[in-house]
Write a protein that binds this ligand. Structure first.
Ligand code: ADP
Ligand code: ASP
Ligand code: MG
Length: 405
């Protein structure tokens, strides 16, 4: 008998009818003889609704109270799903993160899971119950409710699967797997039957929100077999796997994009030791994360220093940069928040030359100006003007023939 953890996202439980549909699905799985632990998200739109109410009161609410508030969405769906199962004659129990004791650190709004108590869950499973657990939430050592960051129910599911040593963690969502790029942007996008952990991690961290980054990290670390599938259609979905030697790697597996970036430049910075740290230390002290960084070759002993941050941090970062500029006797601090990042990802890049030039040629042909470039072993990212996002993604999808198997 297998132990499977299922996770249903917001759109899969967005209405009472949809919750009933999930209950029907679970009854069928249970009939196969599996033990089932089910993690659910809040109804679609609910977490956003809660956040906007908090922001009506205070744009920077207390992180502790914020977590008490935003964790409530999941409490609604676990209870409704357990009721729907019971109505169908299937014994079920719902639990909040606190009740299970999903123990996290105390970083409110972005907590990390440390440990999960499995005693009660195991008892319920051996009594034949389906266990329904609230995603996205946990509790710290002082009994405070914590949340795991947007999309965090994916991580709850993977962590439970790891803790319970489940046979598979299945993430049910509104698409039938992981695609070569967001199928809502490129209709020719193709479902991948498998993708490596490494590639999925890059895709997630470069903007593909189909899985939360930490969920992929966790699954890779604890060797949890992870699959993304559709709630609404039958199918194999996409299996996230380790790289196999005999796997015929395509050069590129997917394209990710991120609309949430903004770019800042300090021009005419004196070219001397300590400059990068002089600029970036105050930025990080303001709790602003920096993504890409570029420093140009010095000309007349000054240089331009450019970096990107999350768009939410743009104004604050620009303000700080202006101050730094004054102190360093640099030139202007410039900013642009109408930029996006497009990235191509693939483990096949390691063994194929000429991928970057192919990428740049394809973009040049469409007269898309590249503003920044960064590369790592299995990805190449470019920053371009926001208006070129869709054209850029489509162009690259076509250039690398991702629609073809
Ligand atoms: P859930 O509410 O079930 O957690 P999400 O909205 O978080 O669902 O994630 C599913 C969405 O991820 C899809 O609707 C799709 O638009 C988006 N997405 C982005 N990139 C990809 C990709 N490469 N493959 C599949 N879906 C993707
Ligand atoms: N409800 C939370 C969110 O909207 C967690 C999740 O859905 O994964 O981010
Ligand atoms: Mg999600």
């Amino acid at each position: 008998m297998a132990l499977i953890v299922h996770k249903y996202g917001g759109t899969s439980v967005g209405t009472v009818e949809k919750i009933e549909n999930v209950a029907d699905k679970l009854i069928k799985f249970k009939a196969l003889g599996h033990d089932l632990v089910v993690v659910v998200s809040a109804m679609s739109g609910e977490t956003n609704r809660l956040i906007s109410m908090a922001h009506e009161i205070d744009p920077k609410p207390s992180p502790r109270e914020f977590d008490v508030l935003v964790s409530t969405g999941e409490q609604v769906t676990i209870a409704l799903l357990a009721m729907a199962l019971e109505k169908r004659g299937q014994a079920a129990r719902s639990y909040t993160g606190y009740q299970v004791q999903i123990l996290t650190d105390s970083t409110h709004n972005k907590a990390r899971i440390r440990d999960i108590q499995d005693t009660q869950i195991r008892k319920d499973l051996s009594a034949g119950r389906i266990v329904v657990v609230a995603g996205f939430q946990g509790v710290d050592e002082n009994g405070n409710i914590t949340t795991l960051g947007r999309g965090g129910s994916d991580t709850s599911a993977v962590a439970l699967a790891a803790g319970l040593k489940a046979d598979e963690c299945q993430i049910y969502t509104d698409v039938d797997g992981v695609y070569t790029t967001d199928p809502r942007m490129v209709s020719e996008a193709r479902r991948l039957s498998r993708i490596t952990f490494e590639e999925m991690l890059e895709m997630a961290s470069l903007g593909s929100k189909v899985l939360q980054i930490r969920a992929v990290e966790f699954a890779g670390k604890y060797n949890v077999p992870l699959r993304v599938l559709s709630t609404f259609e039958d199918g194999e979905g996409t299996l996230i796997t380790y790289e196999e030697d005999n796997m015929e790697d395509p050069m590129i597996s997917g394209i990710a994009f991120n609309r949430d970036e903004a770019k800042l430049t300090l021009v005419g910075v004196p070219d001397q030791p300590g400059i990068a740290s002089n600029i970036l230390t105050p930025i990080s002290e303001a709790n602003i994360e920096v993504d890409m960084i570029i420093q140009n070759i010095a000309e007349n002993s000054t240089t331009d220093f450019t970096f990107t941050v999350h768009r939410n941090d743009y104004e604050k970062a620009l303000e700080i940069l202006k101050e730094i500029g004054k102190k360093l006797g640099a030139g202007q601090a410039l900013g642009d928040d109408k930029i996006v990042k497009i990235s191509i990802v693939g483990v096949g890049m390691r063994s194929h030359a000429g991928i970057a030039s192919k990428m740049f040629q394809a973009l040049a042909k469409e007269a898309i100006n590249i503003r920044m470039i960064s590369t790592s072993e299995i990805k190449i990212s470019v920053v371009v003007d926001e208006k070129y996002l869709e054209l850029g993604v489509r162009t690259l999808h076509e250039a690398f023939e991702l629609e073809k198997v």
